[in-house]
Ligand binder design. Structure first.
Ligand code: ZN
Length: 62
């Protein structure tokens, strides 16, 4: 399911962009909606936790 997200500041449609972030000492990358104008990354809480869980499972598999 894809939702259209817009930047609260710019009103621009957010674009998925590969974003690096640190999580419990791991450097992870995932596609997150990002404002093309101001670079604000939108992380939906449920989405983030879902991705975290998936990533965590992947890490444990290795
Ligand atoms: Zn913006």
């Amino acid at each position: 399911m894809e939702r259209k997200l817009v930047c609260a500041r710019c009103g621009k449609t957010l674009e998925n962009k590969e974003t690096y972030f640190a999580y419990f000492g791991h450097q992870l990358h995932t596609d997150l909606p990002c404002c093309p104008q101001c670079g604000q990354v939108y992380v939906d809480k449920e989405l983030a936790e879902g991705k975290m869980r998936n990533t965590e499972a992947e890490l444990e598999d290795k």
